[in-house]
Design a protein around this ligand. Sequence first.
Ligand code: GLU
Length: 481
Amino acid sequence: MTVRTRFAPSPTGRLHLGNVRAAVFNWLFARHHGGAFVLRIEDTDTARNVAGGEEGILEDLSWLGLDWDEGPDVGGPCGPYRQSERGVAYAAAVEALLEAGRAYPCFCSDAELESDTTEGKDGRDVRRYSGRCRHLTAAERAHLEQAGPPPAIRFAVPGTGGDVEIADAVFGSLSVPREELDDFVVRRSDGRVTYNFAVVVDDIGMEITHVIRGVGHLSNIPKQALVFDALGRARPVFAHLPTVLGKDGRKLSKREGASAVAELRDVGYPPDAIVNYLSLLGWSHPEEREVLSREELVAAISLDRVGKSDTQMDPEKLSWMGGQHIATESLGDLARHVRPFVDVERFPGALDRVEAVVDVLRSRLSTYGEINRHLPLIYPARDEAVSSARAEVAADPAAARVLERVGEALAAVEPWEADVLSSVVRDAGARAGARGAGIFHPLRVALIGSPKGPDLGKILAALGREEALGRIRAILGGRVV
Ligand code: GLU
């Protein structure tokens, strides 16, 4: 069996962390099994659709690297992939249910339906359809059909009493008392099909083998399972992902869950870090490893290790994860990712040697966009602290000697690379009779305005020869070449 999973968002806005987690699991699971990941757009609730909603979803998924094998833009053998275009499939399924006696037309008026309302155990109103139209005679049906507006179509829940048995790969077997399931509507009188019906027709048509989604949909399994049964198709594996709570353990607030993928992209999160972070909301690695590349996630994912316990959204952990992924990127990739974020007006030289610049600052970054917060380490503002540190060094003859020797050596060194620069600085400082802090402190002050800071060789590499010599020269009052 080829594994086929799907992500089925409604185009009601951009993807956010709360709803894209299901896409991450479906994608990882399909890739793990060498199967297909299908994208389906559930756009039947036209009042809630937003303009550009579908394009936004496609963009967000692409940016996250969750590529789909079939979908509204690329097509595929089981299309169309937008619910709004699948009317033929729904009509055929309604016909099949009617013919098999597994559905029936319902002519009840709103007032009649209202009269089905009773008070539930908790005092709240419960409306459960009485089954009034299920037992109409053929003659009564024919008469009502002629007389009134088009009927709704209801699913005839089979049997009486007992439980409907359902299985979930995460939450185990569940049984739902049959009387809790009334004969639900599959097609409204205005012709629109309902979610629980359309989803099953689509999952059948798209040959979905595993339905992986948030636990909010767990309560939909009974109805959906009955529709699969009635249409004579095997139920897929259902796997519901546990609840995501907010950081304080309370219900996820809109703000926490609604971190839009697009916003995270705009501040410069690495997409791999987001995929990794979301994969841990409900699943754990067999060796409890947390920082995992995409390939490692694909290799390790399994439904067996998805837990039922609630998980928590933790922005600090997401930011930590960003840093962990940035730490493992090659310098070339990191430089390419950071480049578009650099504020070139504030830091005009930063792009000249962007690889060397990110080499100095990478350990401080949890997003690419944070580069601007740390660039002042290399390009300090001319504030008082910087000037007084410089004045102190300029007034110290030993420090000035070190800077002169180092300046001479730097004028000639080749190649201009961090390791080479470090050793050249050490040797030149030694020739001036200094070592350790006696070299590094004055040189850092000359270069970045502070005796402490990142590795000197890396700072020099990031500044480039001309800029580094310019800064040393400035502190010496022009005495060095
Ligand atoms: N359109 C539904 C949602 O966004 C999909 C539900 C499902 O996966 O079955 O929640």
